[in-house]
Design a binder for this molecule. Sequence first.
Ligand SMILES: [Zn+2]
Length: 381
Amino acid sequence: MDPTVELACELIRCRSVTPDDGGCQEIIGGRLAAAGFEVENLRFGEVDNLWAVYGDAGPTLCLLGHTDVVPPGPLEDWQSDPFEPRIDDGKLFGRGAADMKSSVAAMVTAAERYAAVHSPEHGRLAILLTSDEEGPGIHGVRRVMEAFGERGTRIDWCLVGEPSCQTALGDTVKHGRRGSLTGRIRLRGQQGHVAYPTLAENALHHLLRIVTPLVDHDWGPGDADFPPSSFQISNLNAGTGADNVIPGVADVCFNIRYNPGLPREAIKQVVSTACESAGFAPGDTRLELDWHHSGDPFITREGPLLDALEQSIRAVCGGRPARSTAGGTSDGRFVAPAGAQVAEFGPLNASIHKVDEHVLVDDLPRLSEVYEQTISRLLVG
Ligand SMILES: [Zn+2]
């Protein structure tokens, strides 16, 4: 069996439902240590992170991945045990097969082959793995990058292995991601009978006066790399279920996916203005507004990382990959602010987080080859 497929199977067998690493990093750490890497375990809270480095001077290329997976959901919906790898009809099935144990396996085998023929003096090749990508993302790469900032560990190029391709391996590279900001508003009025509106205060009417202008607001254009920023209401809750009660409380949750042309503070200002226009000045105790920020947008528009990756994809897969910033955010959001170039390349993403998640077996050695060539192009030239 191909070594990358074999390792991917071994990792799928580890029940690493987020934030549990399930023993993946022990397997990987052992292999990388044997290949000459210096391996460091960085555990924060209940999260295992692994940092392995080969080479001690020069620019640092970091291959970034996660060992945790999302829960499998109802087992009876799967054709086979999600934690028992199954190869059928050229596909490898299992939870994490696509997101992203195959990429992690491909990174490890690529790094092993690289270290077997290249001395450490060419530059620093690092692998960073976390078990907190699918969960809250607090004690994972976010925390590791804080620690790296304190101790001065620098990353110049970061290649993330998230599944980026759509219909064929090599068709898409992610060279950036949009930012993500979530807002929650709770509005308190006064509950009452619909027949006596003057004795009540309809919280939902207030809330609609705030959110309707936000829905209609022009959040600004996209650019060559990003679609226009987008505002979406995800939840709107009010009412008792009865048809004769004015709601006393109304809640809304909304999310803005924003591009670099729209600063986070500008978004908050638009929302504040909408609140004030609806009659809720700052400090009004009837209104609670909470923000949760997942990450700012990041983009690598050019540079050695993108060049090396795209050349390697062309050499291995044929054809030129499209560049995309679509999809949710990734752990690249924590690495980019430290000044690293970030690009993402991994297998097909059609089955991620679904039942019967799978990858094409033949894609795994090719993915490993793309990673190895990218490493060589960047560190050896
Ligand atoms: Zn992932």
